[in-house]
Every structure is written in C-alpha cells, then in structure tokens.
Design a protein. Structure first.
Length: 348
C-alpha cells in the first residue's frame, strides 16, 4: 500500500527588526510565529542574524566609526542557551512548529553569525555558525567550523541551513546534500546592496533546489526608510541599504510555490509536497546514482574548533628511539599536537 502524501506547510518571514528596544526583535519573532501558526504553518524561517538585527552599519560605515554600534550589537547579542532561546523554544513547543532563526551569538568576547533550528517539541536541534563571514562582516563576526554543517531530523523532515553567501560555497552545499536534506532553510539579510542582490539570490536558491532535489525556504529581512536613515544620514550610502529582498519558497523542481516577497513586511506561505523530492531524485540524485565518488568526493573536517587541547590527547612529533639523548630536550616541554585533521568523506 502506498504511503499517504506528506504535506508540510512552510512560512518564510520577511519583517523588520527593532533597532531601539533590546527585546523588541524577540517580541517580533514571537508574534510572527503566532501569525504563522494561525496560517497553519509547521515550519517558520526567519532572516539572517535577525535577533537582535543584522549589522547593516558594517556595510556603510568605515571601521573607525564602527566601535559604538559594534559594542551595542554585542550587548544585545544572544547567548546560547539563554533567555532568547528559551522564549523561542517555548513558542515552538506551544505551536508544535519547527523554527529556524538567525541570531548574532555572543560567546564570551566574540560574535558569530549563528543559525538555530528548534524542533516542534522546543528542543534546539542544531546550532551552527557561518563558516566564513563575507567581506564587511569579517569586522563583526568570527569564523564558524565544519561541526555545524549538519542536517537534522525534525518533525517536518530532514532540515539543513546555510546563511547568505555560504550558498556560493559549493562544497558547503554538497556537505548538506550528502546528508539528504529535504528542506533547506536559507537566510539572507535583505535591504542590502540593491536589486541585483535579489536577482542573484533567486538564481542561487533555485539552483540549490534543483541540484539538491530539496525544497528551499528562503527568508530575507526588511528595513523601513526611518531605519535606513538611522544607520546612515548619507543619502548616497542609503541606496546601499535598499533592495536585496527575495523571500521565497522553491520546490525540488526549481519552481516558486508562491509569489516571492521583494518589498515590505509579510510572509510567504506554501505547502511542500514531499513526494516531489522522489520525483526529482529518480532522474538526478547528485549524491546517489548521479554521483561518481570514485572520481569526486568531499572530505570534511567536522571537528569543532578548539583553542586548547588537553595534554593527554597530544602526540609527540617524533617517536624517539630508546637511545635518544633526552638531555637535549627543554625540560618540562609538553609534546606538540601533530594530529591530522579528522576527515569525514561525504559522497554517495
């Protein structure tokens, strides 16, 4: 007997953050989750680093002027776990909804572009950091690592996530494809660069849907004119904080399932017929029958980045012979850590 069709209703949310109140953006997130739930959504995806807000200032201000806004962002950044994750987890659990949220994560003295995936029971299924901040973002965030390149099982299926120009790293995308993601959650800042950014974004997410054979739910942020003026009073620089919005939901066949949202606040809601994944992959499964792992494969260092290594885990650089002259060694020096990176092959 054939399995009944599985339909997942997804919501890609495009709203503005709150620049003024420390908890204002979190309140907007919780309100949007409630609104998506009222529309029957089982999955809600928010924009890149939406809480407390994307660092738009770093795109238009020179480094010498970024000190105050950078410190303000750090003060409002999200500690994981903490009050923000608890509030979102409770909302997700209340509605039985999977929520994908972008945050500025503060880890002691560093900030990271972090994606959080909350399962429908409120558990934090994934915390990952953008592996390489883009251009101006390197003044704000640290680098992530391969430990976050994971696809997780959730109530709506196998979910993977990447932020912004990580989608231009084909190996990062392939790492998720090789784990058979069914729903890819993409996040971009929105209100940045201009219309060309939205055009490039559409090409990117539709291509990933086709190549991966998965659904893509993409969310971008939005800034009001007043917010843009608060970032910079320079009319010429303000042009760089408009456009670049393309909130959309795309099928494994590369088709829009609802009209994309390119202006203003709102949400794109669509039903994902999971049977379309098998329909696409029977013809082209890029990590299955269409792969050639004996020719091309991906090696991943999926070990979390560490600044210290316990001494008992270190290995000596050279195996000394029994008659080695130990008197030439500096007294008390620990052995150097020459361990090879931990690699995981992702192909086929």
């Amino acid at each position: 007997m054939a399995s009944p069709p599985r339909i997942v209703r997804a919501a890609a949310i495009q709203i503005a953050p709150d620049f003024d109140r420390p908890d204002g953006t979190l309140e907007r997130v919780c309100g949007a989750i409630d609104e998506a739930a009222a529309k029957g959504a089982q999955l809600a995806v928010f924009p890149e680093t939406f809480v407390p807000y994307y660092p738009y200032f770093s795109f238009v201000l020179p480094p010498v002027l970024q000190g105050a806004p950078h410190l303000r962002l750090a003060e409002r950044a999200v500690v994981v776990p903490g009050p923000v994750t608890q509030a979102v987890a409770e909302r997700a659990r209340h509605h039985g909804m999977v929520v994908v949220l972008g945050v500025n994560e503060r880890d002691h003295g560093s900030l990271y572009n972090t994606q959080l995936v909350f399962d429908a029971d409120g558990t934090l299924a994934l915390k990952r950091r953008k592996i390489t901040p883009t251009y101006h973002e390197r003044m704000v965030w640290g680098q992530g690592d391969g430990a976050g390149l994971k696809v997780v099982d959730t109530a709506v299926g196998r979910v993977g996530a990447l932020a912004c120009w990580e989608h231009y790293n084909p190996l990062a995308r392939y790492a998720l494809m090789a784990q058979h993601e069914e729903i890819h959650c993409a996040q971009f800042p929105g209100s940045l660069v201009g219309p060309i950014f939205a055009e490039q974004m559409e090409v990117t997410i539709r291509h990933h849907a086709l190549e991966s054979g998965c659904f893509v739910v993409n969310a971008t942020g939005w800034l009001s004119d007043e917010q843009i003026r608060s970032v910079t009073p320079d009319a010429n620089l303000q042009k760089a904080l408009r456009g670049g919005c393309h909130t959309a939901i795309v099928s494994p066949e590369g088709k829009h399932l609802a009209p994309p949202l390119t202006e203003g606040e709102g949400m794109v809601v669509a039903d994902l017929d999971m049977a379309l994944i098998a329909k696409r992959k029977r013809m082209m499964d890029s990590v299955g029958h269409y792969a050639r792992p004996e020719l091309l494969s991906l090696a991943i260092n999926d070990r979390p980045a560490q600044t210290t290594v316990p001494m008992h885990l270190t290995q000596p650089l050279v195996q000394r012979s029994p008659d080695h002259d130990h008197h030439n060694d500096p007294a008390g020096q620990p052995a150097a850590d020459d361990r090879a990176p931990v690699l995981r092959v992702a192909a086929g």
